[in-house]
Design a protein around this ligand. Sequence first.
Ligand code: BGC
Length: 766
Amino acid sequence: MNHQDFFKVKDGWNLEIESIKEEQLVHFGSNLLCGNGYLGYRGTLDEWNKEQYQACVVTDTYDLADGKWKELSNSPNALTTELKIDGERLGDYPGQNEMTTKLNFNYKYGIFRRKSIADKNIEVVSERFASFDNLHLIANNFQINNIEANEIELKIGINGDVWDLNGTHLENFTGEYNSNKNTLYLKANTVESKITLVTALSFKFKKGKIKNIKVENEEKSIYLLVSVDAESDRIVLARNMIVYSSNDLANPLQAALNDAAAALESSFENLRREHQAVWDKKWELMDIKVRGNLLDQLAVRFNLYHNIIAAPAHSERLPIGARGLSCQAYQGAAFWDQEIFNLPMFLFTETETAKNILKYRYHTLKGARKKAEELGYAGAFYAWISGKTGEELCPSFFFKDVISGRKIRNHFNDWQIHVSPDISYAIWKYYLATEDIDFVINYGSEILFEVARFLHSRVHYNQYQDHYEIIRLLGPDEYHENVDNNAFTNYQTQFALKKALYFYHKMENEYPEKLEMLKEKINLLESEITSWQQIAEKIYLPCPDQDNLIEQFDGYFDLEDTTAEVLEERLINQDEYWGWPNGVAVFTQVIKQADVIQLFTLHDIFSETVLAANYDYYEPRTQHGSSLSPSQYAVVAARLGRAEETYNYFKKSAFIDLMSTNKAVSGGTFIGGIHTAAAGGIWQLIVNGFAGLKIDKEGLSFKPVLCQEWREVEFNLNYRNKKFKVILNKNIFQLKANVENNEILESNVFEKKYMLKPGEEVKIEL
Ligand code: BGC
């Protein structure tokens, strides 16, 4: 597929779309998303409505409208626009265009810009961004140029009839227009969770004279019909959309009105400047420069941008949604994606955000404990799909059999247990990257102990083999449910138990009072610690066999050995779900995503021979049906020195959304939107893959290799408060310690130690 069918690349930050195709609407909306971790305004044109998937997803507004899917709500649209010139309605609507529109999206600052030309050379130019300076604000500058007409009517206001995926979330609309202040608002509440959502609009005509304003109230909307006289052939309207919910503060209406007024006092240009300053700071640490291929550079930044705006960095009580805030799919909720895919980038850049993400898991312990208890286990069994409270959001019937129309009982919620040890794994990595022992003592340890408890209650002792097993599982490869001893899960379990024990003993020695308090709080017994130790020692870990292969789960090698291509031919309906209980992949070795390979990206405990054998075995059997998969294969390929294969996976992973290569619907369920895990995976692919960054108890190390297609890669890292730059090209690997560092930076490159004083640099020939 050619990227030019989708977009053009102007430079390393800007993407251009020359014509809008109806079939790409769902994807455009997400790809061109203005977001800031609080809200996400889809990249739609000003005159578009729910038919074109206009939506603004707001964080922390979970609501269950259809009795099945709890999801985030969409805000009413305060940037709604209808333009009439001499009585004729103008707009660029797919299929009935009266305008020719070009879109530009700037990923440096998340700025969406459209320029449309209509009849008689009338030009509509509109620019918007979701402010990172005030997370509740979306600022818009809307202008019409070359106007010779007499009558111009703009219908602006707030439209509450929005796109919702699963049921209508808002009801009880009230609104008001304050003509003195050029401000209006619309207030509503969510149907089930009863959250109040307020959307306000303030506006001013910077060019153009208002002749008359008529207010039009509808059940779900409040509109202003504004007739305007152009000024030097132009009309320029500056608008501010403000969103607050009652979960943000007690009086969302007052807050929204205040912000609307303040934004009006300022100017679009000022607001943009303040917003850009925040982004500039972020990019100082988070940008990755790729030299030698502009398209790839843009794709990298596209992914970094989306990983950043998906993360609710402002809060320690909210998850990163698997689709961020790009739409309501995947319920605005966290999966294991959050710790294993989104988090790594923050661990080495914005560590406060990393901490917040992990604190969210602390605040949701209650939900995890509840789930464990309900299913008959102890400790914390984290939700497969985790929203605000951490209670399980994943419905028991996720997909449906598209042939019979019957529901499928997917056991994502009760058998995919690896999310709990994955969280323990992430806490360990956070500790290694930051040395933030306070976090571990005050938050992390409770998670680690409760997860260990859960795992203890979940394993079975096999007396004939004298080892512990984990039966009835679903590993990362979701096509094979109800399997025993999934290698990934068993290794992660051992790791999580060992880390719980490590911190238990560390606290016993160094923070005994804290440990006592915690033991008392969660009623932790000495006998439990002994059991964790026993299980960690005796858990069954599938080892490499005579061919160096690790079996994904018991009996996997006995399944039919075939490929995804063969299975494609067996499909009766293209939308069929491939997995449990009777999908085409179930009784075969075809897997959805990296599983044993995923184990290698997290744990460096196997030889290169083992890595290579498994990579070569599993790769042809992997469908990459999950967007999580390619980046993980890429990291392992790089470890094996197969840089060109890493690059091929880069293409696969980085363009999933940009070129709409993934399906938006599977098994009857909408799964479109930004694949934020793949976005986070791009950071890993470059930093852990090409640069070969690893962190373990011994510290930081690199094993760099670069593909032919790129001349150079450059990025910054923050390791235990020491910042440094990494530059990698085909001949040289360079580390430069920041002059402002307080300490010496220690790191290994190809197993040789380097010590860099602040400001020092080292160049290593490759
Ligand atoms: C993948 C899971 C992932 C989820 C959310 C599924 O398709 O198989 O591993 O957690 O999507 O991204």
